[in-house]
Design a protein around this ligand. Sequence first.
Ligand code: IVH
Length: 676
Amino acid sequence: MNNPDDAPDSVRREVDSLREQIEFHNRQYHALDRPQIPDAEFDALLAKLEELETRYGLQSPDSPTRRVGSEPLPGFVEVRHETPMLSLEKAFSEEEFIQFETRASKRAGIEGAIEYCCEPKVDGVAVSLMYRNGVLERGATRGDGVNGEDITHNVRTIHDIPLRLEGSNLAGTRIEIRGEIFLGKKGFVALNERAREEGKTYINPRNTAAGAIRQLDSRNTARLPLRMFCYSTGLVEGFEPPETLSEVFDLFDEWGLKTNTGRQVCAGADECMEYCRRLLEKRPDLDYEIDGAVIKINRLNLQRELGQTARSPRWAIAWKFPAEEKSARVLAVDFQVGRMGTITPVARLEPVFVGGVTVANTSLHNMDEIERLGLCVGDTVIVRRAGDVIPQIVQVIEQGDERGAVVMPAACPACGSPVEPDGDIQYRCNAGLVCPAQRRRSVGHFASRAAMDIEGLGEKLIEQLVDSETVKNVADLYQLSAEELSAFERMGPKSAENLVSAIEKSKNTSLPRFLIALGIREVGDATAAALAAHFGDLEPLMNADAEALREVPDVGEIVARHIREFLDNSENLGLIAALRDAGVNWPVEAVRIQDSPPLAGQTFVLTGTLERMTRSEAKAKLVALGAKVAGSVSKRTDCVIAGENAGSKLTKAQDLEIRTLNEQEFIDFLEQHGEI
Ligand code: IVH
């Protein structure tokens, strides 16, 4: 029954209501940061909707089920932009802006002040969104401005992008919206925290966003907190645009598109320059990176009159902020040991003031990055600090007279244990908590905000506690007294007491926090939450074998192995016991019940002609029961449904001794499972 025309009205109503509820909660969560229901309940609504859509063939391009991503595409399809996506002329000084204004005034015969709409120039990736009758039909990259790539599957996963515009008068329209997709600074930092657990580093938000929208597998895009600000239209058909750009922005807001609230209408050059000055001051406080302002003539009829050159419109200009780049000499490259033993090269620089801070150290991430830069000690490099993102070395500009090649040390700089390669680009000290650097880091991680949240336990104090062997493992923290603490540098009796009570307070925690605190490889906040929701308490989790662990959403083979390895280690078990003895406790979580459908994990193949239902109806019924339906028979096939005139697939199934069902048997089977 997956012909949508056959869907009963009650099901349609339920589908509509589920879509509305899900969109409502999506907005609460993603746009307003005000979740109203637990994640598990949200997931249940989505699962229900997905099931009804599949069972009754009610899939629709604007359904929120499209937001989670889907199977990878085989390749990208080229898109020809109906109107080219231009770039902008740049101005670096007031003089250059005045020249731009004078040219525009002369060309359009304007006398007096021009009205502009000024906006922050967000450092992201330009995209085009085509809406037909208000429904998102296609997303495309800018490409070379004439041809881009179809990225519809990816833009659908971005919560800032409405799948349907909230307008009542959009029937018969085609409206192309253009804007910038980007990663916010907070989102980028959080993403890197998660990535670090897997030994990965994203170097900057812009490149990460650009990479994310060009994924063939949209599930990878869906994992990133991408955002979008809309700033102009391309093709517009069947719709009368307003008179000014500022009104276009208001219209975008009404339609549910995201716009930058930092925009402002300015009369004349002076106001524009004042806007740019203030924007530069506000730059560090914005949650996204900007590299300037875009100043556009506000009246659309003037824009049309001025037109464009081959490369850029004559009615807009990019005001570029001074580059936040400085040169500095690399004095040394040291190697730092991470919590899990990963060894990271760090450049020590001649201190430089760049982007509002003094930079003396920057991570070089890994040996591949050093090779890519061709960097040696003594070289002069360009250091860039964009917004408040970690400073980075962009390139070598001058080689030093005496160049010291950077080599990975053979022994761990903290404990002297051998350094071993781990995968293609990482190196690791495998000494674990015997290594003082790893011990310090693991205490820091244990106390961090997402884990046990112990306020007042800073890096310097941890270093003293660990190096004096007062704290040999994290359980020792719970034995510290205020007297003992006040003996350490910079610890007055008051701060010592405060710290003891913060440590005491941390005993009442939650299971996800405790799991994060344990510092199991690749178990960050999302995985810890999923484990807690699945098992409810620590005992069932400790008793779960790798297979049982893999039933948890997001836990794959590698994560399951890391968890098992951690829990099979007697030292770790001793640590968990010591922490519980010290009084660390958490409430048991409500277990999220996930009835797995009867055919979950099984692969079916359909072949031949079925008389009493179409192939796609049969497929939908199997999918509704949790099965995967494949196109060809292999050893991994569990069952073949063979209709009339079944050919080679049936023969192959018989050869491989795979279970086969004829149509009547299939119908009986569906009846047994309540699908007919
Ligand atoms: S308007 C024809 N507005 O800057 C005018 N662009 O250098 C099209 N950008 O490709 C651009 N913020 O990626 C415009 N508020 C804004 C923008 C903006 C960022 C980017 C955009 C464009 C590039 C031009």
